[in-house]
Design a protein around this ligand. Structure first.
Ligand code: AMP
Ligand code: MG
Length: 421
């Protein structure tokens, strides 16, 4: 097959792809996962793949809203404490059972809250308005209108009503409704299983003591958290040495359980660009530079038919890359409709300087003041330190043309955590 050079954006004069183009390119190549039937507890948080329709009325039977006597409204019409109506007690309607017998004219049946209304009866007189005369007779002191204290069948949902429309995400209320309606295995888009790898000869797991020059693997844990927060199921594949064969072997060994891969490190322009060396195939897995800071070098494509994100190594770049590219793609795979973080327009409290010709994602702490939103940078310019992310709740986007955004000027900020956290 001829290699189709798809619009080579990275052939542009400065060799940079805009953030928007890069994101569009990723999103257009990622597909929604095929739906499956999952038990309700696993389906929680997933998007339903079809309208889920009621097969029965809910509730399925009329029941009593009170403890009392099920009777015919016509029999008790006009009853008062001074002019009670006396009826014959013909039995007891129990909760969880089909009532035996019928309530005829001049008759009453004892009934418990939630018990099905027996045939013939059309109203319940509460126990407070009844005086039992032994086992077989009751005097009723009130004559409520037909239907009083009866929860009608189909009051909640009618057969063929849409319980949950396709495209909606299953939250707690939807789980309750579906369970109530007996839909135990809704058809949903599953959570993607995303295999996470860290590349680098210098890396050791956070549990190990690093020797001089070694670095704790921060990225795997961070990506794990971000994927979990997006609703995916991350699978940690561990640290892979800067060796093409080990990387390929590790990736292929996880292929069967992966819906996507995310690796960090090894995509920049150096002799140890292990990810590039392992997977670069023009038009299939591409490596390119995006006009953003941080996060400029990126790789994306498909390995064994699964989306593969080759992120840069620096943890701040990883965080931003996950926010900008991976998270929206994962949400798309889950069938989610809103792929992007909420944004607010905020006023910078300090000057922020950015690189020329790149969109800068500055870590900021956003606050809501009386005068509106403010954004305070959590790190100095160009600081690529993970603590600046941990102190932030937003990424301020300083546009490519702006080298200096002065204090007091407005910026657009992507919020990556809610204010309650
Ligand atoms: P690379 O792109 O592989 O050259 O990595 C760029 C920088 O990020 C280097 O300083 C790496 O040590 C650092 N780095 C790469 N991967 C990780 C990781 N998983 N955790 C922490 N730092 C990393
Ligand atoms: Mg590396």
């Amino acid at each position: 097959m001829a290699v189709q050079p798809h619009a080579h954006d990275h052939d542009s004069p400065d060799g940079l792809l805009s953030v928007e183009d890069a994101r569009e390119r990723v999103l257009s190549q990622v597909q929604v996962l095929s739906p499956l039937r999952l038990p309700l507890t696993d389906a929680h948080g997933c998007v339903v793949a079809e309208d889920i329709v009621a097969e029965e009325d809910l509730p399925e039977f009329a029941s009593s809203a009170m403890d009392g006597f099920a009777v015919r409204a016509s029999d008790v019409a006009g009853a008062t404490p001074s002019r009670p109506v006396e009826l014959k007690v013909v039995g007891r309607a129990l909760i969880g059972h089909r009532p035996e017998g019928v309530v005829g004219a001049g008759e009453a049946m004892r009934i418990a809250t939630g018990a099905p209304i027996p045939a013939g009866a059309d109203v319940v007189v509460p126990i407070e308005n009844a005086i039992a005369e032994g086992e077989d007779l009751v005097r009723l002191l009130d004559g409520p209108a037909m239907g009083t204290h009866v929860r009608p069948r189909g009051e909640d949902v009618r057969t063929d009503d849409v319980l949950v429309p396709g495209g909606k995400r299953l939250g707690a209320p939807e789980l309750g409704l579906l369970a109530n309606a007996g839909h135990a295995t809704p058809l949903v888009h599953p959570r993607p299983r995303v295999v996470v790898l860290s590349t680098g000869d210098e890396l050791v797991p956070p549990t190990d003591m690093p020797a001089f020059g070694q670095v704790h693997d921060a990225n795997a844990s961070m990506i794990f958290g971000a994927l979990r927060e997006a609703g995916a199921m991350p699978v940690l594949a561990g640290i892979v040495r800067d060796d093409v064969e080990s990387l390929r072997e590790t990736v292929f060994s996880f292929e069967i359980q992966a819906d996507a891969f995310v690796s960090s490190g090894g995509v920049s322009v150096g002799e140890r660009d292990v990810v590039k060396a392992a997977f670069f195939r023009r038009g299939e897995v591409d490596f390119y530079k995006v006009a953003m800071q941080p996060g400029m070098p990126q790789g994306f494509g498909h390995v064994e038919g699964k989306p593969y994100f080759g992120l840069p190594g620096n943890p701040v770049s990883v965080f931003v890359s996950v926010e900008v590219f991976v998270r929206p793609a994962i949400l798309k795979m889950m069938g989610r409709r809103h792929l992007f973080r909420p944004e607010v327009s905020a006023k910078l409290t300090e000057e922020v300087r950015g690189p020329r010709g790149k969109l800068q994602f500055a870590r900021v702490e956003v606050r809501r003041e009386k005068s509106g939103w403010t954004a305070t940078p959590t790190g100095a310019r160009g600081s690529n330190l993970i603590s600046t992310v941990a102190r932030a709740n937003g990424l301020a986007m300083i546009p490519a043309g702006t080298e200096t955004a002065s204090a007091g000027s407005p910026v657009q900020v992507m919020l990556f955590r809610s204010s309650e956290d």
